[in-house]
Design a protein around this ligand. Structure first.
Ligand SMILES: Cc1cc2nc3c(=O)[nH]c(=O)nc-3n(C[C@H](O)[C@H](O)[C@H](O)COP(=O)(O)OP(=O)(O)OC[C@H]3O[C@@H](n4cnc5c(N)ncnc54)[C@H](O)[C@@H]3O)c2cc1C
Ligand SMILES: *[C@@H]1O[C@H](CO)[C@@H](O)[C@H](O)[C@H]1NC(C)=O
Ligand SMILES: *[C@@H]1O[C@H](CO)[C@@H](O)[C@H](O)[C@H]1NC(C)=O
Ligand SMILES: *[C@@H]1O[C@H](CO)[C@@H](O)[C@H](O)[C@H]1NC(C)=O
Length: 526
């Protein structure tokens, strides 16, 4: 069995080399003032143009899908991609320990994708980006309730804890087995999204209906597993450890579809040097104009089917607009008919703390254990202690992520640790966990992922004629991969609306119905 294990990996990170940024196809407003303005002035007003706001997973893949259509049937359209940040990747980005570019970078945001994430997987193959697989890695896991460890696995290969004696002893067979079945059947539906017969959707409620996921989105993970005969203890400890590390939410807060996604982690992997390289390649290969350091301020209707996009560095006119960022975080001024359609969407405000330490494990004293007691290298948490009248864990997860330096004569080995928490962790607090053994510390606050309470309604995919919203998908499932799936659906709908054909128009003379092979991926292979 394999669930509950790889899920823990979603917080893993990988270390490698990152390219410094100054590529000729990138344009920005800081050192190249007025570039966007100049492009706009010279643009032929008759050529169809599409604006994409956001250069993360969603926006970069949107540009890539448009380029696929251009390549397949010569669609004539120019694409401008805007991001207010100075880098490509959005919530997928890396930093260097000690800010030293000779060291391997660490993922600061999204770190893991899995084998059934066929767009990212395929991209890594086609773009020759090396993957680092996590299955088979050595690690130990413990579940901390704020006052005591409920469970610690022995040292074992990552991916093998599930059937350790300790886990089975505590939870029995039925909980893990029934949960596994639920996850497997969710994944079986999910992969339909890559087939030629994939549904297209105007809203996520209709997609949930198509896949038989209506109960999953309408119930919390706890409720759903309770009604499917999974022992409450298993859900509130083991499953909740996964929902907390992956989405910063407890099993009774998060809907069961995202809960199941937290567990669907077979074949966990990431890109050596940073997942953002996939998104860089999407943009590079799309030949879109990429404007970094460029904030979109407003999007207004110019005339029927024409949009005016105003940035801090010029204004352009577009036949299509794709918003690929969480709307409420963009501060973009749009007509009220549009903003009214997008319900308020709170995000989990997450503190990510990266640090280096010479300590091989956290200090047992913090966990109320005797000196020399063994502390797992991956400490996950549950809210179950609070439900039973205890105190809340001070962090969501705390995990070791390999070495910064190892076996260097005269210097102690240094390891990287990643902590996710709801509040800022102070230097004093870090000193309690790693007394006198903390070196580099890097803190980042993210609006990481949507709060995902059970629901039946989602924002619309289409906001107006020619204006589409990729991040409508996020309150359904929030991952890098699903943003690339959402952008495919959006691009397909926009191109169909504007040009009468989606991403996969049959090209003259092309064989119509060659059998879909096992590695067929919709959009890539059409
Ligand atoms: C700590 C953390 C861990 C995570 N772990 C995982 C994981 O292991 N696996 C996984 O798949 N997912 C994970 N996620 C979730 C994942 O990061 C997101 O689902 C995904 O990256 C979202 O991509 P996006 O392109 O939709 O949005 P974003 O990446 O947020 O991109 C939106 C972009 O829009 C830009 N923007 C915003 N407003 C404007 C404006 N007005 N003008 C111009 N540009 C603007 C932003 O600068 C940003 O770059 C994690 C997230 C966090 C924070
Ligand atoms: C964006 O701005 C930063 C400084 O804020 C600068 O270092 C970087 O070169 C700029 N990027 C581009 C593409 O202009
Ligand atoms: C990291 O190093 C770069 C380049 O040397 C420098 O511009 C930047 O300010 C440094 N950042 C921090 C946080 O020290
Ligand atoms: C969602 O989409 C379905 C069909 O795609 C449609 O019938 C339904 O009205 C839509 N619901 C909303 C809230 O837009």
């Amino acid at each position: 069995m394999r669930i509950g294990v790889a899920c823990l990996l979603l917080s893993s990170s990988t270390l490698a080399f990152q390219l410094p940024f100054k590529l000729p196809w990138l344009q920005g407003s800081t050192d190249t003032q007025g570039v966007f303005e100049a492009v706009v002035e010279s643009q032929a007003s008759t050529q169809p143009r599409i604006a994409i706001i956001g250069a993360g997973a969603g926006g970069s893949s949107a540009a890539f899908w448009i380029a696929k259509a251009k390549g397949r049937y010569g669609l004539d359209v120019e694409v401008d991609v805007f991001d207010k940040a100075s880098y490509i990747g959005g919530r997928s980005t890396t930093v260097y320990p000690f800010n030293d570019t000779n060291l391997k970078p660490v993922e600061l945001g999204a770190s893991i994708f899995v084998k059934v994430n066929k767009n990212l997987y395929r991209a890594s193959e086609e773009f020759n980006l090396e993957r680092i697989d996590f299955e088979g890695e050595e690690a130990e896991m413990g579940i901390w309730d704020g006052e005591k460890f409920l469970l610690t696995t022995g040292s074992g290969r990552l991916g093998q804890w599930w059937d350790t004696i300790k886990v089975l002893w505590r939870y029995g067979y039925t909980g893990p087995t029934r949960t596994q079945k639920i996850v497997d059947s969710m994944v079986d539906q999910f992969v339909q999204l890559y087939t030629r017969g994939s549904p297209r959707w105007a809203n996520l409620t209709s997609l949930a209906t198509t896949f038989g996921w209506s109960d999953m989105i309408a119930q919390s993970t706890s409720e759903y597993l309770d009604t499917h005969g999974v022992a409450t203890k298993f859900t509130r400890e083991m499953v909740e450890a996964a929902t907390r590390v992956n989405y910063g939410q407890d099993s009774d807060q998060i809907h069961a579809l995202e809960g199941a996604c937290s567990l669907a982690t077979t074949g966990a992997t990431s890109i050596k040097g940073g997942n953002w390289q996939i998104f860089e390649q999407f943009l590079k290969r799309s030949q879109a104009n990429v404007f970094l350091n460029t904030t979109v301020l407003s999007i207004k209707q110019k005339s029927e089917g024409k949009w005016t996009v105003k940035t801090n560095d010029g204004t352009g006119h577009y036949t299509g607009v794709i918003l690929a960022a969480p709307f409420h975080q963009t501060n973009i001024d749009v007509p009220s008919e549009i903003s009214e359609q997008i319900p308020e969407q709170p995000y989990v405000h997450l503190h990510v703390t990266l640090l280096s330490t010479t300590a091989a494990t956290p200090d047992p004293a913090y966990f109320g254990l005797a000196a020399g007691s063994h502390i797992p290298s991956m400490v996950l948490t549950t809210y179950e202690g609070v439900r039973n009248g205890g105190k809340e864990p001070e962090f969501n997860s705390l995990s070791y992520h390999g070495y910064i330096t190892k076996d260097v004569p005269g210097t102690p080995d240094q390891r990287v640790v990643k902590i996710f928490s709801k509040e800022r962790v102070s230097d004093e607090w870090l000193d309690k966990i790693f007394p006198g053994q903390v070196g580099w510390v890097y803190r980042k606050e993210w609006d990481a992922y949507p709060k995902l309470p059970p629901t039946t309604t989602f924002p619309p995919v289409k906001l107006a004629d020619g204006f589409y919203y990729v991040n409508a998908f996020e309150p359904f499932i929030s991952t890098m991969e699903t943003e690339t799936i959402s952008s495919r659906n959006v691009v397909d709908a926009l191109l169909t609306e504007s040009f009468g054909t989606g991403i996969c128009k049959a090209v003259e003379g092309e064989e119509q119905a060659h059998e879909e092979s096992a590695d067929f991926v919709l959009g890539w292979d059409c």
